[in-house]
Design a protein around this ligand. Sequence first.
Ligand SMILES: NC(=O)C1=CN([C@@H]2O[C@H](COP(=O)(O)OP(=O)(O)OC[C@H]3O[C@@H](n4cnc5c(N)ncnc54)[C@H](OP(=O)(O)O)[C@@H]3O)[C@@H](O)[C@H]2O)[C@@H](O)CC1
Ligand SMILES: Nc1ncnc2c1ncn2[C@@H]1O[C@H](COP(=O)(O)OP(=O)(O)O)[C@@H](O)[C@H]1O
Ligand SMILES: [K+]
Length: 514
Amino acid sequence: MKIFNAKQIYEADKFTIDKQQITSEQLMERAAIQIFNWMHSRMQGAQAKIHLFCGIGNNGGDGLVLARHLQDHDYNIEVFVVNYSEHRSKDFLINLDRLKEKGVWPNFLNEQSDFPAIGKDDIVVDAIFGIGLNRVPDEWVIRLMHHLNNSKAFILSIDMPSGLFMEAGLPNTEGVIKANYVLTFQVPKLVFFLPETGKYIDHWEILDIGLDKEFLFTLKSQFELIGKNEVLSMYVPREKYSHKGSYGHSLIIGGSYGKIGAVVLAAKGSMLAGSGLVTAFVPRCGYLPLQTALPEAMVITDNEELEISEINFSMLPSVIGIGVGIGTTATTIKAFSEFLKRNRLPLVIDADGLNILSTNQDLFKEMPPQTVLTPHPKELERLIGKWADDFDKLKKAKEFSEKYDCILVIKGANTITVYKDMGYVNTTGNPGMATGGSGDVLTGVITGLIAQGYSALNASIFGVYIHGKAADIAVEKCGFQALIASGILDNIGKAYLDLFQVSEPDVATGESEL
Ligand SMILES: NC(=O)C1=CN([C@@H]2O[C@H](COP(=O)(O)OP(=O)(O)OC[C@H]3O[C@@H](n4cnc5c(N)ncnc54)[C@H](OP(=O)(O)O)[C@@H]3O)[C@@H](O)[C@H]2O)[C@@H](O)CC1
Ligand SMILES: Nc1ncnc2c1ncn2[C@@H]1O[C@H](COP(=O)(O)OP(=O)(O)O)[C@@H](O)[C@H]1O
Ligand SMILES: [K+]
């Protein structure tokens, strides 16, 4: 599912109005009725107090239309206009009059106003700002948002939590509504999935307001939300007359004394992702643990006992995953650098492999085209430098990817795979994955997919999805705390099976915090 920016949403809005020969006011009515239906089907006329806070733009207009329908159905409402500007939108004004015709007179709030008391069992509808926010709100509006957040009432935000910008970070973290639920129109918004802003949203859901499907289909986006539908189209089926040679040979290079487990996890990830053959290249101390923990894999050892000192092998792998547990001793850095200069095979680089790259940046140019790098945030910072906010981070990541023709898998709660000007936002995974070794599994999975013939980009997007899905399946039985990397491995098979279970709807809902 594509993720559009504000300009594109306004374009889609305009195109739809022209094509369907409706007015903008009718589109607003349609959008707000969707919100009303959502609330009505859940509340069934319940008399909990609903406080609607409406700005003076179209987001506020949505709030006023909603108020009118709630009033028509005898809900217990109180409407506030957050009068932060004199520039009221046309459709806001039309709907303000309509509401008054129903006998509902909103309270107008300005900087002198005392804010209303809100009970913890009440409901707040946040229609203050939507996608049109373009500067930090006034101090009194920030105070109001703070007041609403502190009320402990259930907050339902229309389209976006007010205070979040569509394409910028957060200059003032006080001035953002913390939404229990966001009902967003037509398309997901990127800010829902970024670490600095996603935390303001507990749950979100997309409401289809009938924007022109063909227009949305042809419009190019710079980000895409990846759910089951998106990865299914990448899935490479297994052929009846195939054999282990048909599915490639993964080589996992890594490990050092005390960190052989990382290689076990990656090699196993590769095997479970479906790689035909898997070989691990480790220091001598890794031989026995690997042969014992993973009899399905082959093992080649370095001459050194405790660290990798020279990367030499005679077999021909289809792809190499390098870096997990490898350490950063001078000897290993030298071995890694020499290997990178000689190597022509596809690569996945993780962990200390990334750290070695970051401290020896002349090695960047030695990466073969479409090398996959899988940094967590700290490793990413070492690669691309510090960023001002999440948007700046993504911009820098895209520039890095373009410059070195590499794929950056930015790991986190919503892992984002970046390749050139595109970003692919994953929807699977959970906080149980914040545990040592889960990233090693991912390295193995992506390597194992490339071995089978997935393109490096598809392997990254598909691998991140399957890895997160395996963890989601695992936590159903063990809970977040007891999820360990082996638990992710144990459920990779079920994650594959889940791809073909049809019960799950498309990605139209989600949780930013669990
Ligand atoms: N296509 C769709 O999906 C549909 C969208 N719809 C709805 O429209 C919403 C977008 O509405 P919107 O464009 O009127 O912007 P909104 O967010 O209400 O802000 C209002 C205005 O406030 C201003 N302003 C900005 N920052 C400010 C600040 N800090 N302090 C003070 N003022 C500030 C700024 O105007 P400016 O002053 O810059 O001229 C801005 O225009 C969208 O989220 C959805 O709810 C549906 O109705 C129908 C279909
Ligand atoms: N809160 C979270 N929600 C979802 N996924 C997470 C969360 N925290 C971590 N992960 C995932 O777990 C993995 C952690 O990788 P990494 O930090 O490299 O761990 P390690 O080095 O211990 O293997 C990544 O795939 C990341 O996306
Ligand atoms: K809002």
